[in-house]
Design a protein around this ligand. Structure first.
Ligand code: 5GP
Length: 215
């Protein structure tokens, strides 16, 4: 059974789902499928210092910012959490839009790395009345994860090696999460995620799908 962390005394907590998992497992693709099929779900747009990949749109996939701008966001406490990912770029979740979405009663989804998920857990008391569920998106196997990373073709060889090293550490963190969703097929994984956020979420029920195993 999914265990949610509830803070504050909000009568009908709004559900915040934090989706993490190893590199190339498909977090971004699953989040995009959620966005496409469930416009009621609010998806956080992270700030990042990495340059855009082909096809990525500023303000849609990420807010692409300079190092100086990222420093300013940290200094002014504009980020709910931030982390340096794969030792190359910084990524962070702008705090205000998350708070506004939750205050408006919309289920909210953060797709972030493991370090970020830990930081959100630590700072939950700063978002009153939120009910948070931490979801680990797992690959069907290690071989499949490597295949997806190579197949994506967006990283250099050195970058891939670095990401796979990070992935080994990230896979070992699964037990820290409330729920695991195995990403065998994007749409099924997205549906499982949405079920956690909306239907059945309030009474703590999780999806009965055999693809879902819970930590
Ligand atoms: P990519 O460069 O492939 O888009 O993302 C690299 C990693 O950064 C992914 O694991 C992704 O989940 C993570 N990431 C994206 N946005 C955030 C964020 O706002 N905070 C943190 N901590 N990680 C993020």
């Amino acid at each position: 059974m999914a265990e949610a962390v509830v803070t504050g005394e909000h009568p009908a907590p709004t559900r915040l789902v934090v989706l993490a998992g190893p590199t190339a497992v498909g977090k971004g693709t699953v989040a995009a499928a959620v966005r496409a099929d469930h416009p009621d779900v609010w998806l956080s747009v992270s700030a990042t210092t990495r340059p855009p990949r082909p096809g990525e749109v500023d303000g849609v996939h990420y807010r692409f910012v300079s190092d100086e701008e990222f420093d300013r966001m940290i200094a002014e406490d504009e980020l709910l959490e931030w982390a340096t990912v794969h030792k190359v770029a910084r990524y962070g979740t702008p705090r205000k839009p998350v708070e506004e979405a939750l205050a408006a009663g919309r289920p909210a989804l953060l797709e972030i790395d493991l370090q970020g998920a830990r930081k959100v857990r630590e700072s939950l008391d700063r978002i009153p009345g939120v009910e948070a569920v931490f979801v680990f998106l797992a690959p069907p196997s290690w071989e499949e994860l490597v295949r997806r990373l190579v197949g994506r073709g967006t990283e250099t060889e050195a970058e891939r090696e670095r990401r796979l090293e990070t992935a080994k550490v990230e896979l070992a963190a699964e037990a820290e999460f409330d729920v695991t969703i195995v990403n065998r097929e994007v749409r099924a994984a997205a549906d499982e995620l949405v079920a956690l956020m909306t239907l059945g979420a309030r009474d703590g029920a999780s999806t009965p799908d055999p693809q879902t195993s819970e930590a």
